[in-house]
Design a protein around this ligand. Structure first.
Ligand code: NAI
Ligand code: MG
Length: 504
């Protein structure tokens, strides 16, 4: 499998080989803004070869609930690059989100959203903001593994993997290097989620060592997002897990004032997709007045990704110049700031006319000043010794008093597998719980291996055989306990692979 994400891959190659791109014209305003953007790219000398594909509304309404047909899949597989105008998801149930389908099937692990202020042409309180949010896109709570376990309790599995963390964190540093950014900030909540967010943070610490030229810092997500909202100019590249990234990328776009003008990229190991953040704007479709800026910015990011950052800079600087000159589409037109209201194609014409210009007030785009190519190496799994030392048995138990359950379970240990504690919603309620703790019908009962000889430093969490777990479950079942699930407790190279209960 090709696990290299190559940008600037045309460097050194003949400039005559155009990069093939699957282009979706989209729905609503999609075709209008795509046409404008393709015209600008062509005028700027972008060396691409569009392969037009049909995605979205038409495909949905033809009875295909995924919104994408086999021809489009084929084109995507051939081209490895998607440039997509917004599409309309028809109202009504049964239509699957095309973006989710693409992201999942193509393994698009990174969502990249640059937000920079365009003050005073687009109002914002943060004129110096220039942030890129890099969000992990495949894991975390978004794996969608949810279960109802008792009358009162539902759960959602948060999955964080080492290869997933390594990929996204390395992508963030490689992105910073390739595009001349100075700092990467990691946001996690590992003071609470010591294993999942702890792994993300650990991987960040490891990988940041390989990039001494790039500053790194880690912030707890709650205070981190508050500071991002208050002082976005202090941030450069931010890398974070899926849910946090979902939230802070919206915060960043909102305070940057340019939601309507931002592009986003979804990067995979083999395929990458570029699009505007906004939707198909059916309310203004067909009028020719839509702002193509979001798609133009997506095009700039795509050109940088495929090794044509100079063309990306050229377009971006022409676009910034056009904004400075006051040629504004209706959505951003303001008396006193704008010089002239222009429609979609007029705006594109102005950008084309400015292709050799640099902005005077807004920061000049310098994508081409970065160094190197984005390179994500294959993941290599390190073998560790895995030892079973206990089991968490989750019971649906309708009783009230934890002591009643705890005393009963203490009687039914199997060989060296003994009850250590019971928690309810993570809080220890046995032995010696607090009366005040509210208990639901969802009880986590931790049985651990206990060393025969108690003189060992840590008599508990001693190795056991899985047979003992099976025997325990069988016994519990025989005695009428409602076992809803189990989680094995492992040590990896002697290190605890599970969290302790609160109060354990
Ligand atoms: P929207 O972003 O299409 O529109 C929100 C508001 O912003 C509207 O008033 C619209 O006129 C305005 N607007 C958006 N883009 C503009 C532009 N380029 N120039 C000027 N004004 C612009 O969001 P909405 O209305 O929630 O969704 C409409 C459709 O778009 C839905 O079918 C939705 O599913 C789809 N959508 C597709 C996305 C994609 O393909 N990536 C992303 C978001 C929504
Ligand atoms: Mg979101």
């Amino acid at each position: 499998m090709n696990t290299k994400v190559l940008i600037k891959k045309n460097q050194g190659k003949s400039v005559n080989t155009p990069v093939k791109v699957a282009v979706a014209m989209g729905d609503g305003i999609g075709p209008e803004i795509m046409k404008a953007t393709l015209r600008i790219m062509e005028a700027a000398g972008a060396n691409i070869q569009p392969d037009f594909i049909e995605l979205g509304e038409k495909v949905y309404l033809s009875g295909n609930t995924s919104g994408i047909d086999t021809n489009a899949w084929e084109a995507i597989n051939n081209n490895k690059l998607i440039f997509k105008a917004p599409i309309t998801t028809p109202q009504g149930k049964g239509y699957k989100s095309l973006n989710v389908t693409l992201r999942k099937s193509l393994g698009l692990f990174a969502n990249v959203r640059p937000v920079s202020a365009l003050h005073p042409y687009v109002p914002t309180n943060f004129p110096d903001m220039d942030v890129v949010i890099i969000r992990e896109n495949e894991e975390d709570l978004y794996a969608g593994i949810e279960h109802r376990q008792t009358q009162d309790v539902v759960q959602c599995l948060k999955l964080i993997t080492r290869p997933g963390c390594e990929r996204i964190v390395r992508y963030a540093f490689e992105y910073a290097k390739a595009f001349g950014r100075k700092k990467v900030t990691c946001m996690v909540k590992d003071n609470i989620m010591k294993l999942t967010d702890g792994l993300f943070h650990q991987v960040f610490k490891e990988i940041s060592q390989e990039y001494p030229e790039i500053e790194n810092e880690t912030q707890i997500i709650d205070i981190g997002s508050a500071r991002l909202a208050a002082k976005p100019e202090n941030y450069d590249v931010v890398v974070t897990a899926n849910l946090y990234g979902d939230i802070i990328s919206d915060i960043a776009a909102e305070i940057g004032g340019s939601v309507g003008m931002a592009g986003s990229a979804n990067i995979g190991r083999n395929v990458a997709m570029f699009e505007a953040i906004h939707g198909s704007a059916p309310d203004i479709a067909g009028q020719g007045i839509a702002n193509p800026s979001g798609l133009i910015n997506a095009a700039v990011a795509m050109l940088a990704h495929i090794g044509q950052p100079e063309v990306g800079d050229k377009i971006k600087n022409a676009w910034l110049t056009t904004l400075e000159q006051g040629f504004h589409t209706a959505d951003i037109h303001r008396e006193g700031v704008s010089a002239q209201k222009v429609n979609t194609q007029e705006f594109a014409d102005k950008v084309i006319g400015n292709l050799d210009q640099l902005p005077e007030k807004l920061p000049i785009s310098t994508l081409a000043n970065g160094k190197g190519i984005v390179h994500i190496p294959d993941y290599v799994r390190k073998q560790q010794e895995k030892e079973l030392v206990g089991v968490d048995v989750f019971l649906d138990w309708q009783g009230k008093d934890p002591n009643e359950l705890g005393d009963a379970l203490s009687e039914i240990g199997v060989y060296r597998l003994k009850l250590k504690m019971i928690t309810n919603r993570g809080v220890k309620v046995y032995p010696k719980g607090l009366k005040e703790t509210y208990c639901t019908d969802h009880w986590r009962c931790r049985f651990v291996g206990v060393e025969a000889k108690i003189d060992r430093a840590e008599p508990e969490y001693a190795p056991i055989e899985f047979e003992q777990v099976v025997a325990l479950l069988s016994k519990l079942n025989y005695l009428g306990y409602d076992v809803i699930k189990t989680e094995n407790l492992y040590k990896f190279d002697g290190k605890r692979g599970f969290s302790l209960g609160q109060g354990e």
